[in-house]
Design a protein around this ligand. Sequence first.
Ligand SMILES: [Fe+2]
Length: 367
Amino acid sequence: MYTIVSKIPEGLCFFWALFTRDPIFLVFLNRLKYPPGGPEPRVRLAFDRRRSFLYAGSMNANLHLHSRFSDGTDWPVDIVRRALGHGLHSLALTDHDTLGGQGEFLAACQRFGVGATEGVEIDCVCPDLGYRSELLAYFPQHWYDGTAKLLSDVRDKRLAYLRMAIGGAKRQFPQADLSFEGLLKRKTSGRPEVSVEQLSFNKVDLFSYLLDLHLIPSDTSYRAFKKAYLDSKLLVESTYGKPSCEEVLRVVHADGGLVVLPHGGHEFNDDAKQLVKEAKRLKTLLDYFQNLGLDGLELYWYRNSQTKGINKIFRSEAKARGLFITYGSDCHGPGSGKETLGLFSGNFKGWPEGLSVPGAAVPKGPS
Ligand SMILES: [Fe+2]
């Protein structure tokens, strides 16, 4: 099929895509312009459903996305398919604490002619700063062995916590048939080939599992569940230790990757006025991360009227500090309450030039 399509004049393909408005057809167009295995283009063709037109645009990017490999509701292939319909040309899958979905994500991006970067959002803590949140790590050089090792330790801790929480739930609901295997089956529904090692488990998995089994009222919010069952230590006494921000930056940099501070406005209640008012605290926060070698700041979809104001502040901080900017909507997929795939993106200028793969004479593919 590709051979046949590749013989059709490109101009004709372009007009046909305009006429049919078929995003799948863009795959063929992009394959014609940018054959697989060629250099990564900085410009791609895309169809923007929101504005209903086809264009050859700059790298319209959304670099903060979650799949079912962590707490999203879509598998990577579905995210990529839908992203194409939103006119996105550059994506990064940044699941929480797992790189397990990268194989499927990269294959789907290649299939649909979308630019892809491997990434992950890592839970971490900075006790000196009182920061308990996440850092985004990106691997445009396709190497992340050290980070994968760090994340496998995190996965073991998360799993141990989850198994203890399921034990606690069994004591609370003795009539129910609860098990880790039951939760796993629900999480990987329709994908038996996905292994435990590829997944990142979290408290939302337990919440959804108990909801599915009607053990908690259907109108219970996750926040209310967490407060009543987990924060109260009703189900499980201890929690698990997270890596320090310092360790995350060190390990990702040792892999040759890049670290970005996501959704910085969250530290200031998603409020631009508070950011201005607490300029000193913002400076302390950014100085701290920059001293550890932070590479970039994220412009983010804050889901309120403050998005523009907050991003303006972070954009100007990035410029003043010589950090690069990424764009992310933190989409968790349909039905997640964070279905933001097409709501926020930006003209990404690309990753810094000259990234190297430490310890490898010849660049190696993802592990
Ligand atoms: Fe996220």
